[in-house]
Design a protein around this ligand. Sequence first.
Ligand code: BGC
Length: 758
Amino acid sequence: MPMTKPLNTLPRLSRLIIAALALTLAVAPILAQPGQPPQKPAGPWMDKTLSFDQRAGLLVQALTFDEKISLLHANGWEMGGPETLPLRALGNAGFIAGIPRFGIPDLQMADATVGVTHSSVFGRYSTPLPSTIAETSSWDVELAREYGSLIGRELRDQGYTMTLGGGIDLTREPRNGRNFEYHGEDPILAGTMTGAEMKALQEQHIIGDLKHYAMNDQESGRSFVNVKVGKRAMRESDLLGFEIALKGSNAGAVMCSYNLVNGDYACENNYLLNEALKKDFGFQGFVVSDWGATHSTAKAANAGLDLEMPEPDYFGAALKKAVASGEVPLSRLDNMVHRILRSEFAVGLFDNPPDRRVPDVFHGLEVAERVAEQTIVLLKNTNGQLPLAASNIHSIAIIGSHADVGVLSGGGSGQVDPIGGNAIPWAVSNGQVWHRSSPLQAIRARAPGAKVAYDPGTDTNRAATLAKASDVAIVFVNQPTGEGDDVPSLSLPGQQDALVAAVAAANPHTIVVIESGGAVTMPWIDKVSAVLEAWYPGTRGAEAISNILFGDVNPSAKLPVTFAKSEADLPHPVEMLQPPPRQGEEVPMFPGAPWKVNIRRFDIEYDEGLLVGYKWYDAKNKQPLFPFGYGLSYTKFDYSDLKITPDKVASGRPVQVSLQVRNSGSRAGAEVVELYLHDLQASVDRPPQELKGFRRVVLTPGQAQTVSFTIDQRAMSFYSLAKKSWVAEPGGFEVLVGASSRDIRLRGNFELAAAGRR
Ligand code: BGC
């Protein structure tokens, strides 16, 4: 006989109370906030005095086989609205349920390259920051930290636990549609800035990510293209960027890319994943596939892929089978799980689970504006056209590019939803997104005494007529880019070049403001008096542009990419990007993809090797339109007193370089000092100069500052294929310090002694 009374014999009120209690307990896990494990974790792995590896190791031992498998794949696309989501999923790019009884957090992944994406469908707020290429134009490590910190905080506020940001493919192909999400063409600049950004992001208890590993330097045929490139070239270009960013951040994840590299898909490429990333770079986190970039089970797992996204095509039931049959060793399975848990422990997801709150909108907007101000590059300024003196100007013509209502955003998974919706009605926006930051309004506010008129620029003659009748004409032009496509050429699309030429012919005070994801050509450059490269400047872009135009902010940004005079100067002038069409049949873009395409695998040979960006122009003696590292200020800076010590350095020892920079103009400003190195006696071909360091210094008029750099052995080295390591050869080196790669102000030499000699 049961000791307790059956429920139906209790009084009605008691039954109701018990039922309510039971229901509360049953739904407690459901009521728990998404992103938070509903139970209080316990277990030896919660001991904070243990190392991350010890904690992960203890937890792996506690898991069942099925639990381990469940952590190695997601169960579907998360791109729909709230109604399509699994329990606890926040919705964005991906979700992997944690295991609450062990305190294993949910992996809530959000695309967040230039801010947290996908907010509108859930009615959330995220700050649309200037694009990543813009952030890099600041050459300011502190700014990169602030950028990463803001994104990390807004992810955490919304309950996410992992970013899918950290884009660091080099700008090898300037027509690549995703260059706006990346950090420019130089591995030292890109690696340093991305490392600082990801470190700051991880300090917000969010797993950082670096993507797309590797050589995903073009979008055309990205799932089919087989990149052919030498190992030394990779080590000294794209892979070096990843290596430096990892060292700087200890990012918890690396996303392998869609493309193939030298015959193997990046997500099953033993050389890239096991040899370079895990062994040589010492990466301790996990490799996550790009969405649908997994193509096998045993090959991928054994080559180093740890997590399949977003479907369980290869790392679900198939992985179970492969482990059971011994094709994938159990130790490897444990290592895959270990790596994921280790990253979760390392960023503090166990000890500091998500802490949701309303994002600080005011802070977000303030950072967005300040970042934009530090990242807009002044490319041309004839006769001091800028800054504009509001009190002397009676009329301003604002022309083109929807400058009456907004500024352009990049497209694809790096696109952050515009606050308040698209500034341009969807029906006429051509799929592009414009943030509601109006240059017209910002300029009107700054020049209240002037007549400021707008012309859409659709009729060149009408625009020229307005320009002629105005003191100053400011033409806004744009180059939309986004994920999935490359731009067909570096020319501004449509009639924009003709528009600028017509306006410039009508008004000698023509200023051009470019909104683009990367370099564009400028056939009208000699005809205009000033040019600003504003990139995709984010949700406060117009205010920042106006602050620069009127001199409230002195521009200090410099180009992180070379601007070519024309496509003829590119390593691959003729479009060799486009995949050849498949005859007849269509195939899914990747296994399980809803989109079908009729292209087939094709090769692209990056035969420029490590001569990416300025290294190509230097080696081939080509004159760019604007060189890497270039950008003007409203003040002037003098360089002097270069000291290099010692001038003969023993093998293994560093060289110290110092110099003076002085603000010799009349405005406060910031200068980015760039240090390049030239190996004078290398036994292998090396670029004529390679960036090795940079510093941004802020100086009041007349103020001088000493800037110092350390050149260590690694900085002197090249990657030796024979030795499979970095080698510094004895001999002479030239140190070049300047304001851009083509504006070297100071030069000096040192000699590296042979090993054993002083
Ligand atoms: C993109 C990634 C992105 C992923 C998830 C892929 O198509 O290449 O950058 O993180 O989708 O949205």
